[in-house]
Write a protein that binds this ligand. Sequence first.
Ligand code: ZN
Length: 153
Amino acid sequence: MSGNWYNGFSPADRTKGANLLRRALREGTVLPASICSMCGRVPSGLGYHNEDYRKPLTAYPICRRCHYAIHIRFRRPYYWREFIAPLDRNGWFQNLTPDPASLYRPYDLTYPEGGTAHSLLTGGSYATCRQSVAHNLAYLFSPMPFQIEVAGE
Ligand SMILES: [Zn+2]
C-alpha cells in the first residue's frame, strides 16, 4: 500500500494508480524498464515512481536509492539538493519541490505548468528487463520507507 499522501493524491489514489500500472506491466502494454531514470544505473531491481497519479502509466523507472532520496527530500532538503547535483541537469526530477505542503496540495497548484510527468515507459527509450517485474511489483506495494517484500503472485 502507498500509505502517505503525495502531490495531493491520497493513499487510495496512489494504490489505484499503482494497480493500473501493475496491470499494464502484467499485460505487457507497458514494458518493464531496467535503467534508473535518475542515476542511469542498472540495478538488480527497479521500481517506479509516480508524480501524477491521474496518469499512472507515466511513472518513472527508478532505483531504490533514488526513490528513497525523492521521498525523504521533504525532511532532508539539503541532502536532496546534493543528491541531484551530479545527476542530469535536465532530468525530470530537478524541479521537484521540497515543500512538505505539496504532499497534500493538489498537483496542479504545485506544478501549474504540468510538472514533470510524461511517459518514459511508453516512449520506448529504456531497455526492457522482464526479470525486474517482481521487484517493480514489490515497490508498488511498499509503504514508506520503501521495503522490498515478496509480492503474492
Ligand atoms: Zn537511481
